[in-house]
Design a protein around this ligand. Sequence first.
Ligand code: OOB
Length: 564
Amino acid sequence: MVEQMQWGVYDGGEEPMPARGCVVGPHPEHVLLEGVVPFPAEFAERYRERGYWKGETIADMFFGSVRSFADNVAVVDGEEEITYAKLGERVLRLAGGLSRLGIGRGDRVVVHLPNVAVYFDVVFALFELGAIPVFALQAHRRTEIEYFCSFAQAKAYITIDSCEGFDHAALAREIAACVPSVEHALVVDTQDDCREFGKLYGEPLSHQERCNPADVAFLQLSGGTTGKPKLIPRTHDDYLYTIRESARICGLSSESVHLIALPIAHNYTMSSPGILGCVYAGAKMVLAPSGSPDVAFPLISKHHVTSSSLVPPVALLWLNSSVRDEWDLSSLQVLQVGGAKLSQEAARRVKPELGCTLQQVFGMAEGLVNYTRLSDSESLVVSSQGLRISPDDEVRVVDDDGVDLPAGVPGNLLTRGPYTIRGYYCAPEVNERDFTLDGFYCTGDIVSRDERGYLTVTGRKKDQINRGGEKVSPEEIENLLLSHEAIHDASVVGVRDQVLGEKVKAFVVLREDVDPGSVSPFKLKKFLRQKGIAGFKIPDEFEIVDEFPETFVGKTSKRAQRES
Ligand code: OOB
């Protein structure tokens, strides 16, 4: 695989250098982003022949829905209701403004927005231009944003003025000052909508084919097992396949009303079935600033919401809510739950207590997504994390020597298929570790598979913490803790938590000359917050220890720390 890649300049150091731009790929009209591992030609051909890749761009799909469902409401954001026709107009006017700034095909643009209607304008305008959004989560802060902008060599950064008390406008100024590639740091004004960002909505473009369906459509973030998050390049062709199938498997139609209660830019919220599945089906999307029952239940009741997608801790909040009986939730037909393992006890309660069908979702931004089907028996829905989307998803369960295991025996999950990437963006060393030579992605998940192909997640091999669906890389936090002047060594692990499944715990060894009384969890949290990282990565617990437990080969025993 490695020989096929076209890398940006890589100096052999620990972090690969960012790509420098685009080169012309195998088709003259197809621009291959440097640092992307393409699907091998014979696979691409097969996926096209079988009708998975239809040669359509995300913008084509969007404008198809604008035509077909013009008068349907697409987005509800507070009191504002936007029809598909209106959304299409807004997108083309913003695309005009962004294009006048010089943003076009192949340009990377870091999008850092919460669950607001303008997210749709921005993302579909970028798709129309063939620009490549890089999806940051609203929770991300300076360290992450600076990294995404410089690693992707972003031409622009788009954020909101402020959200949940955080001054994003100040962050935009910092990013513009410190990342040379960022020519435009654009801030959506919520206070007064005719200020700078509003002025970008000018003369509309007309919808045209401005990129190739085989192009990279966007860069999504990986959950993270390394010091820095990896970027995941997804093409129009491959992503649209999952969107069409997800909308079908999740039963979406133009009559559906879907509550968007998780962070909008997460891959799950984008596509499983997510906002793109809703757009494809012509459904109505109701935006919620959070999934908490006091926010979500009134919206379900008011807008007759028919489905929503949650992570397990939020599903538990819904199940255990004391205000549930105060709201009419009878419109709710399907609840997707995924991103982390849902316990069987919680799964069993969904139908009787919330009155809707549970659909488990086990997916990953790298590709493979599994769903339980709406017609599956209750016992299968409760006990498994579902079946792959595509008959051409190649799913292997292997032992540590790579030998395939029989049904029912847990092992490492490897996968390859029509919508699973062949490599991370500009990360040759990580790709060598995380992909087999024949292109299977090593997910790091331990699963067992039944005779029908349904998967049950039983554990995890990768060094990652799954904090209720939010993924945390221990190495990233350890590196930040090691930059504290009082800390000699740091080890970060996931420990069991009733609600989140796992929470983040840091063990630290102080330098010899440091008075332990001078270091407190409060001060360490403050230190990490000042480093500018997403709040969900900041350890929930700290323990100061004299030394770390060791394995018999003298490495830190994270297992002992997890169990201590
Ligand atoms: C989703 O995507 P990511 O990229 O944030 O995280 C992927 C990882 C998986 O490899 C697995 O470790 C874990 O999250 N995971 C689950 C799970 N769903 C995801 N572990 C146990 N049970 C589940 N149901 O999290 C994601 C992407 C698309 C759709 C849904 C989730």
